[in-house]
Design a protein around this ligand. Structure first.
Ligand code: AHR
Length: 523
């Protein structure tokens, strides 16, 4: 008998049930029926993209510490952050902004570090931008993480020639002067650019352009910012709507429908933050159920936005050639007290974990059209995956949701129905349980379940006709409180725990802890 092994098994079983406090009352039975006979679209892995802007401590300190730093790094890039991101299988990273992109001049960020000019970052705290992290450092970071490039070009304050030159510098295999400069800077082979953002928020920080004015710019940039790397196709993403305003959606899609041979796009972006009010004032910690319910409600507004904008897209593009790229989303909360408000630093709680799961579920339900998405932002900024302080790193509850959802990357969506008592608080009425399902390349069915109720567990009967699971196992992310966070001193307050379901009569019976996210596998 191996006693230590038995002790480990007992400990693991205890973990499987720990997610549900013994005192939590039940919401009532929740019935989830996965329509396994129906086949949906592929869930594009690019909806799990990240966004890394030159903003606060997002790049400098968060990713880049420089090759001379005592913090372990590879060519200046933090090893701990790269390691954590590799576990997320990050498909793409959007860079260099955001609002920063429309003031970025790429030539400042190439060549010997000592010769790069110090410039300003007027959008974000007015700080000095040293330009030490530039094009080559970004692609080195991508290669270390195993991700692809989503570059945003400067339409607001740049020129078509500047953008065209950047693309030639990056992508041509021919020995042009720009390609020789690229080689002299350490990269002989062309880079691959997977997505190219044609501006950023040009209705706002990107130049306050009317839809028609933007469309005239779009045609120019979509023509001249060419990809010369035929081995690596590039998709061009036009700027689209801010939240509910349909002006850009209509103008861009109408222009695309009537386009000439001279230009094209492959996507249009949507930006929507869970912010509630402006300036952002919802507390990241120390909030109660009022704020919890309100922010989950603001999050679910994404569903209506996706419906509105995709209906317009369907009108002009019934074949769904153009992707909707939700390339900025997430919670935008009051800044952490004592930090520079221009740096957009905020704590990240169990509530943020639910906000992440609910958004991902909404994108997955619209997988036929939402094929790219980028949470704002990757490290130290807004709804971050990771916080760093000097040589320390902590993973947030949102990070854990992204890690748990890895099996959904490139899996096939399976429709399901949920019958659950709603979660009601004051005037807010939300679905009690949110769920999505998918089949991976090996045929295994994965189900993600989010219990929105903050104090009641949910007893779920999960039925997958045609599949009689022998085992239902997975992970649950639950927390002592809805505002529980991970800190440098206590990094494991909110971490996923193993979970199992009971199998009975061909159904899986699961108990979801209050305010929890679970991802289960049926075998
Ligand atoms: O993510 C922060 C900012 O929010 C981005 O720079 C901008 O595009 C958006 O308004």
């Amino acid at each position: 008998m191996n006693h230590s092994r038995n002790i480990l098994i007992l400990a693991a079983l205890a973990l499987a049930t720990v997610a549900v406090p013994a005192t939590a009352a039940d919401t009532g039975t929740v019935r989830v029926r996965v329509d396994s006979a129906a086949t949906g679209p592929k869930i594009d892995r690019h909806i799990f993209g990240q966004f890394a802007e030159h903003l606060g401590r997002g790049i400098y300190e968060g990713v880049w510490v420089g090759p001379d730093s005592k913090i372990p790094n590879t060519r200046g890039i933090r090893n701990d952050v790269v390691g954590a991101l590799r576990a997320l299988k990050v498909p793409n990273v959007r860079w260099p902004g955001g609002c920063f992109a429309d003031e970025y001049h790429w030539r400042n960020g190439i060549g010997p570090a000592a010769q790069r000019p110090a410039t300003l970052n007027p959008n974000w705290g007015g700080v000095i931008e040293p330009n030490t992290f530039g094009t080559h450092e970004f692609f080195d970071f991508l290669q270390q993480v195993g991700a692809e490039a989503y570059l945003s070009i400067n339409v607001g304050s740049g020129t078509p020639a500047e953008a065209a030159d950047w693309l030639e510098y990056l992508t041509t295999p021919q020995p042009t002067a720009l390609a020789k400069q690229r080689a002299a800077n350490g990269h002989e082979k062309p880079f691959g650019v997977t997505f190219l953002g044609l501006g950023n928020e040009n209705w706002g920080c990107g130049g306050s352009m009317t839809p028609d004015f933007y469309v005239s710019q779009l045609k120019i940039y979509a023509r001249y910012a060419r990809n010369f790397n035929t081995a690596h196709p590039m998709k061009r993403i036009a700027v689209g709507p801010d939240t509910a305003d349909t002006g850009y959606t209509e103008a861009v899609m109408n222009a695309w429908k009537n386009k000439t041979w001279a230009w094209d796009i492959e996507g249009i972006s949507l930006h929507y933050y869970t912010v509630g009010k402006w300036p952002p004032a919802y507390k990241a910690q120390g909030f109660g159920e009022d704020e919890y319910a309100a922010l989950l409600g603001h999050t679910l507004r994404m569903e209506e936005l996706l419906r509105t904008h995709t209906a317009i897209m369907d009108k002009y593009d019934p074949e769904k050639k153009i992707a909707l790229s939700v390339d900025e989303w997430g919670a935008w909360l009051a800044p952490t007290p004592g930090t520079d408000p221009g740096f957009l630093e905020q704590q990240n709680s169990q509530r943020d974990a639910l906000i992440a799961a609910l958004n991902l579920d909404m994108f997955i339900r619209k997988a036929d059209r939402v094929r790219i998405a980028n949470i704002a932002q990757m490290v130290n900024v807004l709804q971050a995956m990771i916080f760093t302080r000097a040589d320390k790193m902590v993973l947030t509850p949102t990070y854990h949701v992204f890690r748990m959802y890895v099996p959904f990357q490139d899996a096939t969506f399976i429709p399901l129905s949920v019958e659950a008592p709603p979660y009601e608080h004051g005037t807010v009425k939300l679905p009690g349980v949110d769920a999505i399902a998918a089949r991976d390349a090996k045929g295994v069915v994965h189900v993600a379940l989010t219990n929105l109720h903050p104090t009641r567990s949910a007893r779920v009967e999960l039925e997958v006709p045609g599949v009689r699971p022998g085992r239902v196992t997975g992970e649950t992310l639950a927390a002592p409180r809805i505002d529980s966070v991970n800190t440098f001193d206590a990094p494991n307050v909110v971490v996923p725990r193993p979970a199992t379901g009971k199998v009975s009569g061909g159904k899986a019976i699961l108990t979801l802890a209050p305010a929890s996210v679970s991802v289960m596998k049926l075998e």
